[in-house]
Write a protein that binds this ligand. Structure first.
Ligand SMILES: [Zn+2]
Length: 257
């Protein structure tokens, strides 16, 4: 969404899509299996939202004179149009991601001073989870490549582990318990900069908290233990020797396909 995707030299819609596809092609989500068996996400559909969204308004943070200010309703209305145009099957665990860029202004949500957020909304009697990534096309190319996938992964992980923003998984103990929304699994997480296969530049990926490992993780190689959803560290090699490599792979696939 937005009009910030067409400037020569800046990341385009297809660059953004390539970043997200490259991210989801890695085992990035594999350690989420410990949280009620969350599995790998895949991009099932991509479409362009409205180019005109939000309005130029004084920066509520007062950092700069004006920003492109966007209401939640504009975002969910645009998602509703998308949902009606290409409905997803009932029962599918669909997460909508709105990637918004404005040509000349930093983009800001009316309700939060953040690079992204996630929530849910009702549309035609069904609840939909969604995440939002706010991009500033006036940023440097390096920064845009560094930020897009990191905000995308941040909201992806948190939308999966805490869809309603209130009752899901939290950092424990909370590092800064101002409100529950700030203690989700990527809040305060360090970003990791890396080159993913198929991309010409580095992207940033957000790490997320793993209770299993008791640390921030950005999985870059498969862990059999995490993929099997085992909660405590134990001899992974015993699993391999007991089941045999083929059956371990089958078990992993059966759990996360
Ligand atoms: Zn967060």
């Amino acid at each position: 969404m937005g009009d910030g995707w067409t400037d020569a030299g800046l990341p385009s819609r297809s660059d953004a899509e390539a970043m997200f596809r490259a991210t989801l092609a890695t085992p990035y989500m594999s350690y989420l299996a410990q949280y009620q068996g969350i599995c790998k996400a895949e991009i099932v559909a991509v479409s362009n939202g409205p180019t005109s969204i939000g309005k130029i308004a004084p920066d509520p943070r007062q950092y700069i004179p004006t920003v492109q200010l966007i209401s939640d309703k504009e975002i969910t209305d645009a998602l509703g149009v998308n949902i009606d145009a290409a409905p997803r099957p009932e029962g599918e665990q669909t997460l909508y991601m709105a990637i918004i860029s404005s040509q000349t202004q930093p983009v800001l949500s009316e309700h939060t001073d953040a690079g992204g957020f996630h929530y849910f909304f009702a549309h035609n009697g069904r609840n939909y989870d969604f995440g939002v990534v706010l991009n500033f096309s006036g940023n440097t190319v390096e920064n845009i490549w560094g930020d897009l996938a990191s905000v995308f992964t941040h909201e992806l992980v948190e939308a999966c582990t805490d869809p309603d923003g209130a009752s899901g998984y939290r950092l424990t103990p909370p590092p800064n318990a101002k409100n529950p929304g700030e203690n989700e699994l990527c809040d305060f997480a360090p970003k990791v900069q890396l080159r993913l296969p198929g991309l010409s530049r580095d992207v940033g990926l957000e790490s997320y908290w793993s209770n299993l490992h008791d640390q921030w993780v950005v999985p870059t190689g498969y862990s059999v233990r995490a993929a099997l959803g085992q909660q405590t560290p134990q001899a992974v090699y015993d699993v391999w020797s007991a089941l045999g490599a083929v059956r371990v792979r089958a078990a992993v696939r059966a759990r996360c396909t």
